[in-house]
Design a protein around this ligand. Sequence first.
Ligand code: SF4
Length: 329
Amino acid sequence: MQEQKTQAGQVVALGTMPRPKLRILLAAPRGFCAGVERAVAVVERALTKFGSPVYVRHEIVHNRHVVDALRAKGAVFVEDLDEVPVDRPVVFSAHGVPKSVPAEATARRMTYIDATCPLVSKVHVEAERHYRAGRQVILIGHANHPEVVGTMGQVPQGAMLLVQSTTEAEQVEPADPDCIAYVTQTTLSVDDAEAIVAVLRRRFPAIVGPRKEDICYATTNRQSAVKAIAPRCDSFLVVGAPASSNANRLVEVALKAGCPAAALIESAAAIDWSRVTGSVLGLTAGASAPDRLVEEIIAAARTRYDVTVEEISVTAETVSFSLPRLLSA
Ligand code: SF4
């Protein structure tokens, strides 16, 4: 009989060594938000209604697993409208698009379906309202993120200023400090955005903005759930894509809330288990990551550890959005 030694020096039969204990604290809410569920449903319903291929401008949501599943059903992902044949329908992603994109689709007489999350559309409307009222708009967000490109594209080029940090908020110079407004990207860190808004309000007391930031309910709830458990965790895993803003913010929130190690991972296969230290692991998923990926991680952990799972919920979510009219019939 082959033998092996336990950490305590005890000799046991090979294959009978007790596995180390791992307690997983599962954050809730986590994973898909109402905007992502709607965007995925838009593509699926468009495929049913129009047949394949249905074109999608930009990744419908930032998650390779979601995109691959839709591709297998007949969706074709492109970066530019030029790549779409005029006789095929095209879906615009949940992040929103500049006004020039639907205008071009209309000019080319294309069928388009806008899957922009209604909470992003709300920010578009706010930005345009301020612009029409003669206010220069400051957008708090991350350069080049598709949502930021879309929001800046609601007003003429150069009319909106982008601020990404408290340092930039200290330096920004609007044309008329008494006639400005701000809006925010929906997926920012709540704490970072509050700090930036505080600088803007101090420097420009007349600035107009939302009562809170425009950060959406899903981003806020996922960050609150991470904050609630991170101080009790030895390490933290956030399921999400490298391009996902809200997933990256969850890693930062876990670290800031006191967890010594946090990492973004795309799937169970990508986990380096040697870096999962200690006996308590925090686990969550960004708003564009399906819960299946979380379940796969728990299953993978069970092959290495004696696992217990405790879900800690900070709130229940009941938000849902209806489909665009073209698809709802
Ligand atoms: S993260 Fe928020 S803004 Fe983005 S799609 Fe989800 S609900 Fe909409």
